[in-house]
Design a protein around this ligand. Structure first.
Ligand code: NAD
Length: 485
């Protein structure tokens, strides 16, 4: 085992879990046993909540301009430790080192946004009648929880940590049991940056502890990022306990390619979107709808896909079960009549025989009823459908129950606008394969890609992590009773 068994992080200390349930953490890149992660129980969670509640007394009263000083230092530490954090991310998740560097750079951008929060939460004040003013303030909620998936071991935690904490909350995070190591390093950096004990805690575990988080009376709000199946469960359970909840789910993102799209640029974007992070991004292109004759573009997409080499510029998928599931999707589509133009099945990387790799895969002549057209594959696979009109392409996109992202590739502004207006997705792109809004714009999908109100990052997250206090204040000494008395 490369690293010692992981511990929870509670009250500023790494401590053993009370539970003896545990899981092995295996590197997808080469099959190395990295560590063991404890599957914590209710006693661990109770300790974390008690510590966080105690810390909230002081942290919530610390002025926000003082609170963000921690995040200025944290940003600096992320920059200083960028290479080391990226290496850890690649090791536990299997993505390429370039992708991990980009992930840590995104953590830095997210932290920069949190540093700007004092500018955004000044509240409002108005003299509503002579001598009487109304004022609003953003007040932190208390102890909040963040439950995160495997595909971004550092970035998704940093969607929530800096904003929630800078806004005065104390956070308990439940890392993915598949990639639990990076969060511990983030805890060390937050501590080095000056975050007081109890303000940030880690409780490792699986679905049992997620249930505990949803039920715990000491936790005010739960944010979740993961599959739609679990997002639904978490949203239902947390809100049935009267907690605030924002649960981001899975995705099936459509790229609509018009015949006038610039072939080279479009092909590069499609190939990069479907294969980046081995297709394990909730913003990955998973389905492409070619409108009219786009054969010349599909040819180029295949050329680009063939340049993507597993173990070099393509990382591993998370585990053996995932590799088998992805390959099964490809086989099923082929059996149903689709044409596999570039086939990533059976990929082995020399020297990394225990790694779990799937090569880039381009499937053409997919029909809307096939599983590869409808379901989230979460692997480096693009399923291509064909239509004659833009409206038919939109009908396919609109019929999908998810709604994270959609993109159009065209040189026609009118067509682009038509699609922006009609795509049923929270994040839409024009000539962009991965339309992730950058800070300060907020991240969040629609439909079954998100349950709850607001978005998880950017300005829209402020409403989720705070409650509004409205004060009406009279400073003049005039007597007389009116409706404000
Ligand atoms: P997952 O839903 O399996 O797990 C997410 C978290 O939920 C983990 O911490 C896990 O321990 C916990 N969990 C798993 N099963 C549970 C259960 N039955 N009850 C309670 N908790 C449970 O997701 P994953 O496989 O880690 O991540 C991949 C998924 O996440 C994909 O569907 C992807 O699209 C989605 N994702 C979405 C976004 C977004 O912004 N919408 C971002 C990243 C990932």
């Amino acid at each position: 085992m490369k690293y010692p068994r992981l511990k929870n992080f509670i009250n500023g200390n790494f401590i053993e879990s009370a539970s003896d349930r545990k899981l092995e953490v295996i590197s997808p890149g080469d099959g190395t046993l990295l560590t063991e992660v404890p599957l914590s129980d209710a006693a661990d969670l109770n300790d974390a909540v008690s510590g966080a509640k105690a810390a909230f007394q002081h942290w919530s009263k610390t002025p926000i301009k003082e609170r963000v000083q921690v995040f200025f230092k944290y940003k600096y530490l992320l920059e200083q430790h960028l290479q080391e954090l990226a290496a850890l991310c690649s090791e536990e998740n299997g993505k390429t080192i370039g992708e991990s560097i980009a992930e840590i750079e995104k953590c830095i951008e997210l932290t920069e946004f949190a540093c700007s929060l004092p500018q955004l939460v000044t509240g409002e004040l108005l003299e509503v009648s002579r001598g009487v003013e109304c004022r609003t303030e953003h007040v932190p909620l208390g102890v909040v929880a963040s439950i995160v998936p495997f595909n971004f071991p550092s970035m998704v935690p940093n969607w929530t940590i800096p904003n929630a904490i800078a806004l005065g909350n104390c956070m308990i995070i439940k890392p993915s049991e598949k990639v639990p190591i990076s969060c511990g390093r983030l805890a060390e950096l937050l501590t080095e940056a000056g975050l007081p004990p109890g303000v940030f805690s880690i409780v490792h575990g699986d679905e049992e502890i997620v249930g505990g988080i949803c039920d715990h009376p000491g936790i005010e709000a739960v944010s979740f990022v993961g599959s739609t199946r679990v997002a639904r469960l978490v949203y239902q359970r947390a809100t049935s306990n009267y907690k605030r909840c924002l649960a981001l789910g899975g995705a099936k993102n459509h790229l609509m390619v018009m015949p006038d799209a610039i072939p080279g640029m479009t092909a590069q974007n499609v190939a990069a979107s479907m294969s980046g992070c081995a297709g394990q991004r909730c913003m990955a292109a998973s389905a492409m709808v070619g409108v009219g004759n786009v054969d010349h573009i599909i040819e180029k997409i295949c050329e680009e896909a063939r340049k993507i080499i597993p173990g070099e510029n393509l990382g591993a998928v998370i585990n053996k079960a995932s590799k088998e599931r992805i390959e099964q999707y490809i086989t099923e589509a082929e059996e149903q009549g689709a044409k596999v133009l570039v086939d990533g099945r059976g990929t082995k990387v020399e020297g990394k025989e225990n790694g779990t790799y799937v090569g880039p895969t381009v499937i053409d002549r997919v029909t809307p009823g096939m599983s590869v057209a409808k379901e989230e594959i979460f692997g480096p696979v693009i399923s291509i459908m064909r239509t004659n009109t833009v409206d038919e392409a939109l009908a396919i996109e609109n019929a999908n129950p998810y709604g994270n992202a959609a993109s159009v590739f065209t040189q026609n502004g009118g067509v682009a606008r038509y699609i922006i207006e009609r795509a049923s997705a929270g994040m839409v792109g024009v000539n962009v394969g991965v339309p992730v809004p950058r800070e300060p714009f907020s991240f969040g999908g629609w439909n079954e890609s998100k349950f709850g109100v607001g978005d998880i990052t950017g300005k829209s997250s402020i409403e989720f992590w705070t409650k509004l206090k409205k004060s009406t204040i009279k400073w003049n000494a005039e007597a007389g009773v009116n409706w404000m008395s």
